[in-house]
Structure formats: C-alpha cells, structure tokens
Design a protein around this ligand. Sequence first.
Ligand code: XUL
Ligand code: MN
Length: 344
Amino acid sequence: MAGEYRFSFGPWNIHEGADPFGPTVRSSVAFAKKVRMYKQMGFDGVQFHDDDAVPDMEKLAPAQIARKAAAVKRTLDGEGLVAEFVAPRLWEHPKGIDGAFTANDPKCRKWARTRSERTADIANALGTKLIVLWLAREGTYIRESKNAIEAHKHLLDAINHFLEYDPEITIAIEPKPNEPMDHAYLPTIGHALAIASQTIDPKRVGGLIETAHALLAGLDPSDEMAFALSLGKLWSVHLNDQNGLKFDQDKTFGAANLRGAFNQVRVLELGGYPATGRFVGLDVKAMRSQKSDVATRHLSNSRTIFLDLVEKVRTFPKDVHDQCVANRDYEALELAVIEHLLGK
Ligand code: XUL
Ligand code: MN
C-alpha cells in the first residue's frame, strides 16, 4: 500500500515554530539536513517555493538562478528524491504587499510576471513541470480597494503569461478563501477551474486541494477533490486538518476530523489517484510546543494515518455498503462507517 502512494512535503513543513504572537522556539534545520530526512520518513517528493530552492533569487541574474537550482537538483538526485512542484513565493516581497498579479500598481504586476519566469526556470532546473499557484495576497482587505473584475482579468493574464513563457509547464492552482487576506480571489476549486478553462491552454491548468483551505471555505475537502477528479484536474493535494473556522491550522492529517480524513482517502481511492502518479502532498505544521527532536512527527504521523485510512477504506465491507445504499438506509451506513473506524 505504501508503495502505491507517493508522498511529498515542503521544507517549510519543518519549521522553527514562530507564530504571529511569538518568536521561534526551535533552531533552524538546514535544507541539506532536511533533505536527508525525507526518505527515512517514507517521502519521495520535495515541494518547493522558488526561494526554498534559490533563497537569494531576487539578487541574482537568471543564469545564476538556474545554476543554483541545478545544484539543488543534484542534491535531490543524491538522495533519490524528486521535486514535485515549484510555487512562486510572491507574498513576502515588498512589491507583493498589495497582491502581486492583482496589485493596483502596474510596476508590481510586472515584477510578479518576471518572478514567474524565474519560477519556471527553477522548475526546469529541478526537473519538474508542475507549478503551484497559491494566490496568497491576490484579494482584498476591503472590497473598495480594488476593481475585482479587473483583478480577475489580471489573474487570467498572469496565468497566460506563465503558460506562454514556458510551453512545457503545467499549473495547479491551490485555492484558499482567506488568510492572509480578508477575502482571496479564487477561493474554491470551482473558481480555480473556471479561470483555468479561460486560459490559452486549459489542458495545462488544474488544481491542488488543501484540506484546511476547503474547510475554511465551509466546504467538504473530499467533495472538492471529487469535483477536480471528475474533470481529471486533481494534480496534487495538501492534506492536513483544521479544527473549525479559524486561522489556517495545518494540523496533522486526520487529527481533528478522522471521518473527514477517511472520506478524503476514500475519494482518492475511488478516483484512482495512485495510478495517476501524482503525489500525496502534506502541508502540516508541528505544534509550537514540540521540541526540536520530535518536530517532524506531524509529517510521519500524517503519512501513517493516511496509510491506515487506505486500509480502512479498502476493508470497509462492500456488502454492507451496497445493502445500505440499496435500502437507502443511510443511518445504518453511518453506524457501519463509525464502527469500522472504531475497529469494532
Ligand atoms: C498557504 C499554503 C502554502 C502553499 C504553497 O496556506 O498552503 O504553503 O501550499 O505556497
Ligand atoms: Mn498548502
């Protein structure tokens, strides 16, 4: 079972524990040390932001950026790892304060396009064709601050620019409804795939669904995944968990809502996700209270819980399921699911 699914996470998922209310509580782990942990924990793929791969990229010329990214590729090769995707980190730069692709200032929008070109170059050097777009600050704190109709056109232009710049890349949009913005553009997979259909090459634009983001939108992550799967557009996932409507918690997968996690695994099984060769990505954070020596458990535990749930999905008695569905007896089905999860 472990062999059927390929798992990935990003270097930001091993972090120092700073939050908006307090400083770091763990020392930094160097990238070279992080990559050595992947295989030991059963992971084969590394998710990257562009500046995870080339930290000082804003100060470098395109050729230097490509050379540095090629060196990272050699490190990955040495560990038997592959890059899953590269995402432009547009939200930490001063030019991204008011959004990047949808900034009101044309100079900022231009910067974002140039940065996208470098992101594509890094993806090439790392040997992946997948770009992930989490549109962090593409939205508003107050609606009057932008023309939202124009903003959506800017987003479409930005995606088209990416597709034109590199005819090989594919783009997975990672929707999220809020945080850091009050409201973000493209809050759900429906929005993401609608804009994908309007691009110059719709077959190269799909989606990545994160559990917590779907929950923050008040939606069921498994149905969001099913929608994308039904269109052949689920190109990655960010599994994690979320305890209600609050900040993006990135909890261990299944830790807040085990049944919700069961249903996400079920839909990936129903959709034949392992056969697509796509990664099961995690986007989980260690609790701030974790000491350094155990601050990777959220990753290995999420993977373990995922695989335990694959087992649960596969061993759910089909005859019970079919009988309950035939009888339209969903109370019986619900009890059967809960008892199965409880190991009864
Ligand atoms: C933010 C988030 C990001 C993206 C990658 O909520 O999920 O880490 O997954 O840019
Ligand atoms: Mn994510």
